[in-house]
Design a protein around this ligand. Structure first.
Ligand code: UAG
Ligand code: ATP
Ligand code: API
Ligand code: MG
Length: 495
């Protein structure tokens, strides 16, 4: 593709050098440039991609997209906003893949991964060729691909969607993080349905205030459906949680048809008669396509909300309610989300991915509801992330468990002990007696101690890392899986 052809997509851009140069690929990481690529220099949060232009050229870049003219021996396309240009060019180079399939985007603080999994299962069972993109993995065509974050950068995203389209994927369910929305990673991605789960505190390190965080999530809805179609299959839908106060804001900023789901407030897809048990959750659901009873094998009232969001999306895809019920009832759960660990011990061990105050409160409330004995909670908070959530999570852990083991999550580049202290402050402020909790920096030691302390009928909840198979300390990735460590601790009991 000629550079001048790409330049025509970006008004107010300017070419320096030969515009007929052929660009075969596209990328923004100098460490992964291929011969003939167009390299985009992105001004980042940590470094400036313009500083890697020489390296990219040395690796074979045929041309550059830059925000300021550089002294390089290849043609340059000068643009105002390289990240925006990247989204436009990626969509073009991969032939607008999101318009060749039906896209379902899920945003919100908690529940995104779970909902995309539920949608994938329902649609697969209904014979739809599906794609999935999110925190745990990307999956399509019977294959799974590892992911390094939740929502990929636009070049990767469009490349992945292009591959999916080539393999006949008809519908892709993807998680859309607030970081992605704010950074324009999904700009140009044509969503048919956008789902909102909930808005509670997280990521204030990045978004500063809850208003900014909400505004970032709102971009998924404000960019949806500003024109109406005469063909119903082209309609856009905003699927909103009626019980979350942020939904009225999203409703106000979208031109898409709003479909609500909920439990407390009157909704288009409404659950009632909820019964939460140790092995599952049952509820009645009334929808715009009929009513039914559903028995989930997943525990927790929050999973009713996740199921309602998935039901709504599936109904909008034309799946019959009876088929949706069948699929939801057959799904055992999602990797690392309220996942039981069983190595024959006389007490329950649960691994969960709760890493926000609201997530932790929800899962602990659920556990407390069915625990016969004591609840032991092992948890920590990630480093280089929202610090203000730490004391809140500490307070919640103490409130809803009998004993809390405050330990490391992924400390990243922060001092692990300082993170533990930030969490402890929440317990001190709350006046929680010191015998109700302990600080154990080493996560393995904390899990072992919790398992050793548990008596028959107790529950040990290990929260924060769920499906993760690593622990990031400093810049080093260590192998670590809460489920394996818990099993190892349980086996150690009989020795
Ligand atoms: C804060 C944030 O989101 N940062 C993202 C951002 O990084 P950045 O702008 O700081 O990039 P940078 O490292 O300064 O580099 C600037 C440019 O130079 C390039 N570069 C850099 C080094 C080099 O040797 N050569 C080179 O070309 C980079 O490829 C990049 O194009 O752009 C990078 C490239 O696209 C992302 O990898 C990076 O995600 C970082 C790793 C991250 O941790 N993000 C998290 C917070 C995140 O996005 N999380 C959400 C999930 C949150 C949730 O669950 O709710 C997600 O969607 O994953
Ligand atoms: N609807 C919900 N409301 C509140 N908490 C939830 C909900 N669904 C799941 N959780 C809790 O949040 C944790 C993470 O769930 P899930 O992975 O589905 O969310 P996510 O939005 O994808 O998270 P991330 O932002 O890390 O991608 C779960 O382990 C559970 O404890
Ligand atoms: N998507 C979230 C995941 C947090 C998971 C937790 N284990 C941590 O590392 O903080 C984030 O990047 O903030
Ligand atoms: Mg997720």
């Amino acid at each position: 593709m000629q550079l001048q052809q790409l330049a025509s997509l970006l008004a107010a851009s300017r070419i320096v050098g030969d515009g007929t140069v052929d660009c075969r690929g596209i990328g923004a990481d100098s460490r992964r440039v291929h011969q003939g690529d167009l390299f985009l220099c992105l001004p980042g949060f940590t470094v400036d991609g313009h500083d890697y232009a020489q390296q990219a050229v040395a690796s074979g870049a045929a041309a550059l997209v830059v925000e300021r003219e550089l002294n390089v021996p290849v043609p340059q396309l000068i643009v105002k906003d390289a990240r925006y240009a990247m989204a436009v060019l990626a969509d073009y180079m991969f032939d607008s893949p999101s318009r060749r399939m039906r896209m379902i985007g899920v945003t919100g603080t908690n529940g995104k991964t779970t909902i995309t999994y539920l949608i994938e299962k329902i649609l697969n069972d209904a014979g739809v060729n599906t794609g999935l993109i999110g925190t745990i993995q990307m999956r399509y065509g019977g294959r799974s691909y590892p992911m390094s974050g939740t929502t990929p950068e636009s070049v990767e995203l469009q490349r992945y969607l292009g591959n999916m389209a080539e393999q006949g994927v008809q519908c892709c369910a993807m998680e859309v993080s607030s970081h992605a929305l704010e950074q324009g990673r999904v700009k140009g991605t044509d969503f048919r349905t956008a789902i909102f789960t909930n808005l509670t505190q997280d990521h204030l390190d990045y978004h500063n205030t809850m208003e900014e965080y909400r505004a970032a999530k709102g971009l998924l809805f404000s960019r949806l459906g500003n024109t109406f179609s005469r063909d119903a299959s082209d309609s856009k839908y905003a699927v909103l949680n009626a019980d979350d106060p942020a939904s009225s804001y999203f409703q106000a900023i979208t031109a898409a048809q709003v479909i609500t789901y909920g439990v407390e407030k009157k909704s288009d897809v409404q659950a009632s008669h909820i019964a939460v048990g140790a092995k599952g959750t049952s509820f009645h659901v009334s929808t715009f396509k009929g009513d039914t009873d559903i028995v989930l094998r997943m525990v927790g009232k929050f999973n009713v909300y996740n199921a309602l969001a998935a039901i709504t999306a599936a109904l909008l895809e034309g799946v019959a309610l009876a088929d949706i019920k069948y699929s939801l009832e057959s799904i055992a759960g999602v990797d690392g989300r309220v996942e039981p660990v069983d190595a024959g011990q006389p007490f329950a061990v649960i691994v969960d991915y709760a890493h926000t105050p609201d997530g932790l409160e929800n899962v602990l409330r659920t556990v407390k509801e069915f625990a016969v004995g004591k609840v032991w909670c092992v948890f920590g908070c990630g480093g280089d992330r929202d610090r203000t959530k730490r004391p809140l999570m500490g307070k919640i852990a103490a409130q809803y468990s009998d004993h809390a083991f405050i330990t490391s999550d992924n400390p990243r580049t922060e001092d692990p002990e300082a993170i533990l202290k930030d969490i402890e402050q929440g317990l001190i402020d709350e006046g929680i007696p010191a015998e109700r909790y302990e600080l154990i920096t080493d996560r393995r030691a904390a899990i072992h101690k919790a398992v050793e302390m548990a008596s028959p009928d107790d529950v040990v909840l290990i929260a924060g890392k769920g499906h993760e198979t690593y622990q990031l300390i400093g810049k080093t990735v260590h192998e670590f899986d809460d489920r394996i460590v818990a099993k190892e601790a349980i086996r150690g009991l009989s020795k």
